[in-house]
Design a protein. Structure first.
Length: 278
C-alpha cells in the first residue's frame, strides 16, 4: 500500500493530497464499493456532495472500512437550492446525518451563486466555529468571487475546488490562490478520459513508464494541488493512487503545461449555465 501525502491548509488542518472523487458515481453499491476499494488501497480522502446523491453510500463505506474516523478526510458540498444563511445551516446538518460520520472535514459551497454566496459563507463560518465542519471552502469560484469573500468577511476559504488539468491550466487562478494560501483542489484531473490518447501525453507517459492518468495526477500534485481522480473500477482506483513513487522533471512539467487549450469538460465559471449565475 502506498503512503498518502498531506498538505496543510490555511486553518492548520491537514488534507490528503489524493482523494477519490465520486461525481457521477451511481448511488448504491457502485459508490459504496468504490469507496471501500479506495480506502483499502490507501486513500484517506473521499469527496462527495449533496448534488451527487451518494452521501449515504459514502458514509456506509466509511463506517464499514475498519479505519479510524480520525484517519479519514470527508468532503461534501452545499448545493445551489440550499444556499443562503439559514438554509445552508440546515443543509449541512442533513448532509452530516446522511454521512453519519460525526463531523465533516471539509464543507464547500458548490457554486458561487450571485445573490446567495455571501450569506452561505456567513453560515459556513458559523459551522466551522461550532466544530460541525473542521474546514470550509468553495468550488468553482473565480478570483473576483474570492476577493469578494475576503473583503466582506475577512475569512478566506481553505480550498477552492475547480476543474484543473494540463489541458485547462488555470495558471492565473492557481497563482492567486497560492498568494492567499488557498489550496486548489483539482476535479476532473483526468479530463474525463477525453485526452488519454493525445500524442504528447502518451509520449510522456511512455518515457516515464507510467500511465497517462498517473502522469496527469502527478502533474497536479507537483503544481501544488490536491487531486481528485474519480473511478469505480478497482484496478483504476489503485492505479490512480500509485503516484507517490516518481517525480517529473522541470522539462517534462513544462511540456505538460504547454498542453493548455482551455479545454473545459465540466462547468466553466466564466460561462456558467443559467441556473448558476455568478
Amino acid at each position: 500500500m502506498t503512503d498518502q501525502l498531506y498538505m496543510t491548509m490555511n486553518d492548520g488542518h491537514k488534507i490528503p493530497v489524493v482523494g477519490l472523487g465520486t461525481w457521477k458515481s451511481e448511488p448504491g453499491d457502485s459508490t459504496y464499493n468504490a469507496v471501500l476499494a479506495s480506502i483499502n488501497a490507501g486513500y484517506r480522502h473521499i469527496d462527495t456532495a449533496r448534488a451527487y446523491d451518494n452521501e449515504s453510500d459514502v458514509g456506509r463505506a466509511v463506517n464499514d472500512a475498519g479505519v479510524s474516523r480520525e484517519d479519514l478526510f470527508i468532503t461534501t458540498k452545499l448545493w445551489n437550492k440550499d444556499q443562503g444563511y439559514q438554509t445552508a445551516l440546515e443543509a449541512c446538518e442533513k448532509s452530516l446525518a446522511r454521512l453519519d460520520c460525526g463531523y465533516i472535514d471539509l464543507y464547500l459551497i458548490h457554486w458561487p451563486l450571485k445573490d446567495l454566496r455571501n450569506d452561505s459563507w456567513r453560515a459556513f463560518i458559523e459551522l466551522q466555529e461550532k466544530g460541525i465542519c473542521k474546514s470550509i471552502g468553495v468550488s468553482n469560484f473565480t478570483i473576483d468571487n474570492l476577493k469578494e469573500l475576503e473583503a466582506k468577511y475577512g475569512v478566506l476559504p481553505a480550498i477552492n475546488q475547480v476543474e484543473f488539468h494540463p489541458y485547462h491550466y488555470q495558471k492565473e487562478l492557481l497563482d492567486y490562490c497560492n498568494s492567499k494560501n488557498i489550496i486548489i483542489e483539482a476535479y476532473s484531473p483526468l479530463v474525463h478520459a477525453k485526452r488519454m490518447d493525445e500524442s504528447r501525453l502518451v509520449a510522456i507517459s511512455e518515457e516515464l513508464g507510467k500511465t497517462p492518468a498517473q502522469v496527469l495526477i502527478r502533474w497536479a500534485m507537483q503544481r501544488g494541488m490536491v487531486v481528485l481522480p474519480k473511478s469505480v473500477n478497482e484496478d483504476r482506483i489503485i492505479e490512480n493512487f500509485t503516484v507517490f513513487d516518481f517525480e517529473m522533471s522541470d522539462s517534462i512539467m513544462k511540456r505538460l503545461d504547454d498542453l493548455d487549450e482551455r479545454f473545459v469538460t465540466c462547468w466553466d465559471p466564466h460561462n456558467p449555465p443559467p441556473y448558476a449565475p455568478v
